[in-house]
Design a protein around this ligand. Structure first.
Ligand code: CTP
Length: 413
């Protein structure tokens, strides 16, 4: 038993008239067909927080598909039915999307089933969810519009700014919820409860069952929404950083590297932000750079990791003074790798790398193959070597003009 709470007033004041009208119509249409409809999840949470949620999720005790179709007809929208999942999405002329889910299929067989039965249906639906604050619903039925369904005391937890899972296996069932939890902590300035963080520790082995793509998608959402430094530090504090990203570290050094990345005006443009931020957590040792390959998803990302690791090796090997000489070893290394190596190395080497990166990007050939032929050289594989050594000499400013280049070439015969 719980205190009866009604959020009709909040719905009417927070949401736009269009949305309120829609919700009332959905509730009436459902009731006319002996069904119950509820808004559920994030939207209910947001209403209780005094915010208006964007996504409308509706759970139907009854035939959600038919309710979706009727709603689409009423409001001139279109409906896409996903039969296998028992869900349907209605898109309104305004572009707003409303998702319908059927909470229990048995219900169609007995359309006028007892309310007690239907109550247990929504309860089951709610019990499958992540945190108590996301496990509430509000009735759309015209005779009890706005009644809050809160079996797990989500409202009480919210009042205490607590994020609490519903049961001890929640994270085992879906370990991405750990990242969601950190995201909600940041977004609402909530804190996970003690048992909840304890459950995280019991469920770390389940993380290995997640695909890279799912981890990446959830991590991306986390970083986009919250302050990356806060989120990473929380991941570290909860002991799950190396669980999601093996080899990643959150140390004094990696924090410095990340700061350099975040404040650098020279960030390479061609990689997703989440990857760049994550890569910073691998950039302190020659050994750990390589482990970032496990976190990379695309070929491009993997090659940046490989290239950076190779640069670490080059920098460890000797002290480079001449750009031309360095070019001999690093000409194929990507621009992104040069950037990442530069933020992770000492100031002197960083200066050298950035200078090389800049000069290399400005390099414009003074001669081409035709020029070599015209200068009397016999075409062949040597041409490439000639042109490459020209590049080296240009980087070292030994050659700066076309005439100097031609003179140099003639000496090669
Ligand atoms: N949910 C869950 N476990 C997940 C993902 C989602 O239990 N791993 C449930 C939660 O009840 C959540 C609802 O599905 O409220 C909708 O999920 P989603 O749209 O991803 O999140 P919201 O809570 O709506 O948050 P946001 O405001 O970020 O969209």
């Amino acid at each position: 038993s719980y205190e009866k709470v009604n959020v009709k007033t909040q719905i009417e004041t927070l949401l736009s008239t269009d949305v309120v009208q829609l919700l009332k119509t959905v509730g009436e249409t459902a009731a006319a067909d002996h069904m119950n409809a509820f808004i559920i999840g994030g939207m209910v949470r947001d209403i209780l927080l005094g915010q208006k949620g964007e996504d409308i999720d509706i759970v139907v005790e009854g035939n959600g598909m038919s309710l979706a179709e009727k709603t689409a007809n009423r409001f001139d929208g279109t409906v896409a039915v996903h039969e296998t999942f028992g869900t349907a999405t209605v898109t309104l002329p305004s572009g707003r999307r409303v998702d319908f889910t059927t909470s229990r299929t048995e219900y169609y067989e007995t359309p006028a089933a007892l309310p007690t039965v239907s109550r247990s249906n929504i309860k089951e639906d709610l019990y499958r969810r992540d945190f108590t604050m996301n496990a509430m619903a509000a009735s759309l039925h015209p005779s009890h519009f706005g009644d809050l369904i809160d079996y797990f005391h989500g409202r009480e937890d919210m009042n205490q700014k607590k994020l609490r899972v519903l049961h001890n296996l929640s994270f085992v069932e879906d370990p991405t919820r750990i990242l969601r939890g950190i995201r909600f902590e940041q977004r609402f300035q909530f804190r996970m409860s003690k048992e909840t963080t304890a459950f995280i520790h019991y469920s770390v082995s389940a993380v290995s069952s997640l695909s890279r793509t799912r981890i990446t998608a959830e991590f991306q959402t986390l970083l986009k929404e919250a302050d990356p430094v806060q989120s990473l530090s929380r991941l570290d504090e909860l002991g799950v950083l190396p669980i999601f990203f093996p080899g990643a570290a959150w140390t004094r050094q990696t924090k410095d590297v990340l700061q350099l990345y975040l404040h650098s005006p020279e960030q390479p443009g061609d990689l997703p932000e989440w990857f760049c931020i994550l890569f910073c957590l691998y950039l302190t040792h020659t050994d750990t750079v390589k482990s970032a390959e496990a976190a990379a998803v695309t070929k491009k990302q993997k090659s940046v990791v490989e290239n950076t690791s190779y640069l670490f090796y080059l920098l460890d090997e000797k002290e480079w003074i001449s750009l031309g000489n360095f070019h001999f070893h690093a000409s194929r290394v990507s621009d992104e790798a040069l950037f990442f190596a530069s933020i992770a190395t000492d100031q002197k080497q960083a200066g050298f790398l950035l200078q090389y990166r800049k000069k290399r990007s400005e390099l414009k050939p003074l001669l081409n193959g035709h020029d070599l032929k015209a200068a009397g050289l016999a075409p062949g594989p040597d041409f490439r070597d000639y042109l490459f050594s020209l590049e080296q000499k240009m980087l070292d400013k030994e050659i700066t003009t076309r005439d100097e280049a031609l003179r140099y070439i003639r000496q090669q015969e």
